[in-house]
Design a binder for this molecule. Structure first.
Ligand code: FAD
Length: 464
């Protein structure tokens, strides 16, 4: 028998789940069903606690924005939220074989030794670089044009690797950092926009606090699933979307659990999955979505029962020369492309949020792969572990073997907003205009962060 609803959401990642939340907030009687192919909801977000270590498959925390905090409040989660430690404000970049502390705030910029005096001078001259409008500019080219080559290579390059597993020389500034682009367009300079305080709402990343939950980001997923369980069906894979017969619902949706009908479809699956579902409905839209590139990410977790020695942060730190090695008191580090390493970065999880490990233990999360090293997803778990451990030995001098090893491989983890992507999305949006009732909502549109997904979901729900 065909199951009917007014709205059908496909995919229970944070995009689909938060959209369901905002639809229900707007109209508690909304007729909506959410289908998820996996037996569990959450998509990229999943937290596992084993032997006292909490391992995150995806995000370990988020830089809370007002709308996200509001959603947490509505879900009754505010009291359970935890803030990152003071130590987590310190971050490093691995460049030239050394860990270099990076400025976390504009005022730290001048005290940092990571950039030479000449490089800082060039960066500050950003205020006097004339504004120009370059529609198809990469992040790297933008950073080099405005701040100089050193800032592009030492700060922007590792940051883009850390967020996207991507290459700053290929990603499109206006698609990725539209707020930064607007700072230049509206204020003539990024520094000036920051300093004058003429910031757009939420445009200054430094003021936001990194938050999570004691049992990890899974807490948010569990709360959403519990609250809306009547509407969510896990273990139902959508196989095909087609046009409904005249006089009936607009869409017929074929699934592993039979046929569904709906007047509105909100497709929250990744682009490559959405492309498959739309093949018979609009082959051109399907082809376009299929062109969106994803970077693979391999996430490893190393649980140590005897924590490595901790050192307070120092500039240009070489931890390999400190006896048994050690871990700086910090959030972690990102690896610059010039290191040619398959490692994207390492996070000192037990130092970021309380409760990640039971007392007197340590947990390091090493992320590998990205668009420069896609081959890593084909390696065996043993090879991946040894690459990660050799890296930790080389960088931190750690020779200890972890007692617990976690691994999560995402062959298609993060969509890459490349220069080509901008054109693909423009055309895809054009196709969508011919399909009333069909909505795309996922991290390949309008930002990859948790906050972006929530913000986009809220905006879409408002339109119903
Ligand atoms: C390793 C990693 C670390 C990250 N760290 C951070 C971070 O620190 N901070 C931050 O803000 N963001 C981070 N992100 C990004 C952020 O987590 C994601 O962009 C976001 O969670 C994506 O949510 P989504 O709902 O759009 O997609 P997804 O989470 O991919 O969800 C899509 C869902 O659709 C389902 N689906 C697919 N096909 C079908 C089908 N045919 N039928 C039914 N269901 C289907 C999938 O099973 C999945 O559950 C990270 C991402 C990764 C991979």
């Amino acid at each position: 028998m065909t199951q009917k609803s007014n709205i059908l959401i496909i995919g229970a990642g944070i995009s689909g789940l938060s959209c369901l939340h905002f639809l229900k907030r707007k109209n508690p009687n909304v007729d909506v069903v959410l289908l998820e192919k996996n037996p569990h909801a959450g998509g990229t977000i999943r937290s596992r606690r084993e032997d006292g270590f909490l391992f995150e498959h995806g995000p370990n925390g988020i830089l809370a924005q007002p709308l996200t905090l509001e959603m947490f409040e509505q879900l009754g989660l505010s009291a359970h939220m935890i803030k990152a430690s003071e130590a987590a404000k310190k971050r490093y970049v691995l460049k030239n074989g050394k860990l270099n502390p990076v400025p976390g705030h504009p005022k730290d910029f001048f005290q940092s030794n990571y950039l030479s005096a000449a490089e800082k001078c060039r960066a500050v001259c950003e205020m006097f670089v004339p504004k120009s409008f370059v529609p198809d500019e990469t992040i790297y080219d933008f950073a080099r044009r405005r701040f100089g080559t050193a800032v592009a290579e030492k700060l922007f390059d590792p940051m883009v690797k850390g967020i996207f597993g991507g290459d700053a020389r290929r990603l499109h500034l206006r698609s990725v950092f539209s707020k930064v682009d607007r700072m230049e367009q509206q204020h003539g300079s990024v520094f000036r926009a920051l300093m004058k305080g003429k910031k757009e709402k939420g445009a200054v990343p430094f003021k936001r606090t990194l938050v999570s939950f004691r049992e990890g980001m899974q807490t948010v997923i569990d709360a959403l699933v519990e609250k809306y369980s009547r509407h969510i069906r896990c273990g139902v894979e959508v196989q095909n979307i087609s046009t409904g017969a005249s006089g009936r619902s607009r869409f017929v949706i074929q699934t592993s659990s039979g046929l569904f009908e709906a007047d509105h479809v909100i497709l929250c699956a990744p682009a490559f999955a959405a492309a498959k579902l739309l093949q018979g409905y609009d082959s051109e839209l399907s082809r376009l979505l299929g062109q969106i590139e994803y970077a693979p990410i391999v996430v490893t977790g190393m649980g140590f029962e005897r924590p490595p020695t901790r050192f307070s942060a120092v500039g240009g730190a070489d931890f390999t020369k400190r006896g048994r090695g050690g871990v700086p008191e910090a959030y972690g580090y990102l690896v610059a492309s010039s290191e040619k390493s398959p490692v994207l970065g390492a996070l000192f999880e037990d130092q970021i949020f309380e409760g990640r490990v039971s007392e007197n233990r340590a947990l390091l999360r090493v992320m590998l792969g990205g668009s420069d090293h896609p081959e890593i997803v084909r390696d065996s778990p043993e090879t991946i572990q040894s690459i990660a451990l050799n890296h930790l030995e080389k960088v931190l001098g750690l020779r200890q073997k972890p007692q617990k090893f976690f691994l999560k491989i995402w062959p298609q983890a993060i969509p890459q907003y490349t220069l080509e992507y901008a054109d693909v999305i423009r055309k895809a949006r054009g196709r969508l205009e011919n399909h009333p009732g069909l909505n795309l909502l996922a991290n390949y549109l309008g930002g990859v962060s948790f906050n972006d997904c929530v913000e986009n979901a809220s905006q879409l729900a408002e339109r119903f």
